[in-house]
Write a protein of this length. Structure first.
Length: 135
């Protein structure tokens, strides 16, 4: 990647909205709390981050394309806020009994939220590593 390409990659205007880039990503119409990423215990600085419930650890895992992890306590917000929306959209984010087929994907810069198939979303965040200041 040239310096010009790298510079353009870091510019948030160089990428179209998630919904234009990823067919199959379903934008969530219901507004989420503006700090939902923090409530789900994501504390890093990536523009795009995905979340899913991991039944083996009974926690919410995040992945921003550069790293992934979890922190205790995010599961409650996930189950109370995100899971009911997933049910409305008929997607499976995981439960105490099963790994989900979908994830919650956040665009932290534009404050947009999507449901997407897990594999597709993981590829997306790996390919679109951008970092933003938390606001």
């Amino acid at each position: 990647m040239t310096d010009d390409q790298a510079s353009q990659h870091d510019d948030d205007t160089s990428l179209p909205p998630v919904s234009d880039m990823a067919i199959g990503f379903v934008q969530i119409a219901t507004p989420l709390p503006p700090d939902i990423d923090r409530k789900l215990k994501y504390l890093a600085d990536a523009r795009y981050v995905l979340f899913y419930f991991e039944p083996r650890g009974e926690e919410v895992v995040w992945n921003d394309g550069r790293s992934h992890g979890f922190a205790l306590g995010g599961w409650r917000v996930f189950m109370e806020t995100i899971t009911p929306l997933a049910d409305l959209y008929r997607v499976t984010l995981g439960s105490g009994n099963a790994v989900g087929t979908h994830v919650l994907l956040l665009d932290r810069l534009k404050h947009d939220a999507f449901f997407a198939e897990r594999e597709q979303a993981e590829a997306f965040v790996s390919e679109h590593r951008q970092f933003v200041a938390y606001s």
